[in-house]
Structures are given as structure tokens and as C-alpha cells.
Design a protein around this ligand. Structure first.
Ligand code: AMP
Length: 143
């Protein structure tokens, strides 16, 4: 299974925020959309960073509630690991597990095409394993 198979199922919507968004507004967006991370982008297509609930918790613990009036570009991660629609889900799962992050933007021709979470890749892996098991069972029992 490849990343475009996952995006076909979940769609290409990605919530993005411009870098000057306040942390308070970001927290509202995470809650409103029920998501754990957003892509930082001035134009909605170019990835400039990523910010997740973990960054907010870390900043709150270090700086206290005053950080809510800071901006996203002050605490986001700028070295973003991205993937492409043709990448293998299994390999991306390994990258996410090794890197300990749960969100990866999907880029094609320099533009944002979607985002996959660790939940999406685990779900895809289980679907693939079930389909392989069914094919094997069919092969053994129909022989
Ligand atoms: P997460 O597990 O996605 O909540 O993120 C954990 C940490 O990794 C946070 O500091 C994020 O900013 C960072 N992070 C999340 N996704 C990525 C990514 N694709 N590339 C690099 N860092 C990331």
C-alpha cells in the first residue's frame, strides 16, 4: 500500500496556519477540528513548519500560560520530514516510529497534497495484513 491509497480514503484536506497565528488561536483550531497537528504555511501549499499539541504542552510547561499569546513560528518545528504520494506506507510507519512523530505532510511538486497520521498508517497496515492473510487462506484451502 502506498500513501496515495491512504489519501484516497481520507481525502486531501490539511489544516494550515500562517506563521503569525497565536498559540491561543492554534489551540482553538486543534480542538475545533479534533486533530493533533497543523502545518505552518503562509500560502496553504508550501510547508514552512509543523506544530503539534506536543509542542504546545512543552512550551506551556517551560514558559507558563503566557505562551498562549506567542506565535506559532516561535515554537513550531522547522525541519519537517515529509513524504510523497508514491512512498510505501510500511516504510513511512518505520520513519514515524523511529522519529517519534505522529504526523507527516504529503508533498508533490513542492505543494501540500495531504497529511497522514500514525493512525492512518497503522490502519493501512492492518488492512494490508488482513488482505494478505485472506489471500493466503484462500490459496491454502482452495488447493
Ligand atoms: P507529534 O507526535 O506529531 O505530535 O509531534 C511530536 C514532535 O515532532 C513535535 O515537536 C512536532 O513538532 C514534531 N513533528 C511532528 N511531525 C513532524 C514531522 N513530519 N517532521 C518533523 N517533526 C515533526
Amino acid at each position: 500500500m502506498i500513501i496515495s491509497d491512504i489519501l484516497r480514503g481520507k481525502g486531501s484536506d490539511v489544516v494550515t496556519v500562517p506563521p503569525d497565528t497565536s498559540i491561543e488561536a492554534l489551540v482553538g483550531l486543534l480542538a475545533e477540528h479534533g486533530i493533533g497537528a497543523v502545518v505552518v504555511s503562509s500560502d496553504g501549499a508550501t510547508v514552512e513548519g509543523i506544530i503539534s499539541e506536543r509542542d504546545v504542552v512543552r512550551a506551556l510547561a517551560a514558559q507558563g500560560p503566557g505562551v498562549l499569546s506567542a506565535t506559532v513560528d516561535e515554537i513550531c518545528t522547522r525541519d519537517v520530514i515529509t513524504t510523497t504520494p508514491s512512498a510505501r506506507a510500511r516504510e513511512l510507519r518505520q520513519v514515524m516510529t523511529d522519529g517519534r512523530f505522529r504526523h507527516v505532510p504529503v508533498i508533490s511538486d513542492g505543494r501540500l497534497q495531504g497529511i497522514v497520521s500514525i493512525g492512518d498508517v497503522v490502519k493501512a497496515s492492518i488492512t494490508q495484513l488482513e488482505s494478505d492473510a485472506a489471500a493466503l487462506t484462500n490459496y491454502i484451502t482452495s488447493g
